[in-house]
Design a protein around this ligand. Structure first.
Ligand code: ATP
Ligand code: MG
Length: 223
């Protein structure tokens, strides 16, 4: 029986993946929030979970240190999909990647004039590609967090960041000026694992796909 390693990040990815894993018959032995352990066993022999930074999930799977992982589309856009099979949209951790400015900033006018726009983001590659495709002149400033502060502090004219409710933007007097991508978490699979551990990996993929479909139908009925 081959072993199977899943890469997950703590927080919403772990929390929202949990019910889907349960539907596939996999239950972690521990809660990563409550434990300092980075490798967590499960009820299934040979199946373990490694807890990594959200942005490190593709790296673990690409190199085969994990067979399967769950990563946000934002992370995958930024990382690139080289050496990663992406068979399933898990439809969890949904949000939008947007550009936002201070309320009152003349975004359309600035774009139309072709003026350079300073944009703070942690998504350098995605932002560069998005604005290049629109022929816009942008100066990108890499940040690691609290993007909302950048326009307020005068570091940048705009940010590229994720929003869900929009409450953080609102609280900081920022408004969405452009939508860049719809984001949700995806299952990523190491292609060699799929081939060599097919008897273990494929049933997991099938069970997760069924769980996603069941969840979508339940939500459809509820709303
Ligand atoms: P770290 O905190 O380690 O730097 P992170 O901020 O990317 O990593 P999370 O905040 O747990 O970690 O986000 C994980 C993933 O969840 C993101 O990559 C994104 O796909 C999704 N996500 C982020 N923010 C939201 C949000 N507000 N609503 C829904 N999903 C989100
Ligand atoms: Mg975060």
């Amino acid at each position: 029986m081959p072993t199977l390693t899943l890469a997950l990040s703590k927080g919403r990815i772990f929390d929202e993946t949990l019910p889907l894993l349960a539907a596939a018959g996999i239950v972690p032995d521990e809660d990563p929030e409550a434990s300092r352990r980075l490798i967590i066993g499960t009820n299934r022999e040979g199946v373990s979970i490694v807890i990594v930074r959200a942005s490190d999930v593709p790296t673990y799977v690409q190199h085969g240190a994990a067979d399967v992982g769950v990563a946000g589309k934002d992370v995958l856009l930024e990382h690139g999909s080289d050496g990663l099979y992406q068979p399933l949209d898990l439809e969890i951790a949904r949000c939008r990647m947007v550009a936002a400015t201070k309320r009152g900033f003349d975004w359309p006018g600035t774009v139309q004039r072709g003026a350079r726009i300073r944009i703070a983001t942690k998504y350098l590659k995605t932002a560069r590609e998005h604005f290049a495709a629109k022929g816009m002149h942008v100066d990108l400033i890499k940040l690691y967090g609290s993007m909302e502060l950048a326009p307020l502090a005068g570091l940048a004219d705009a940010i590229v960041d994720l929003v869900s409710s929009g409450n953080t933007l609102k609280a900081n007097d920022l408004v969405v000026v452009e939508e860049i991508a719809q984001i949700s978490a995806r299952l990523v699979v190491n292609p060699a694992s799929l081939k060599l551990k097919r008897d273990t990996v494929q049933p997991l993929l099938d069970a997760l796909a069924a769980a996603v479909t069941a969840r979508r139908h339940a939500a459809g009925v509820a709303s």
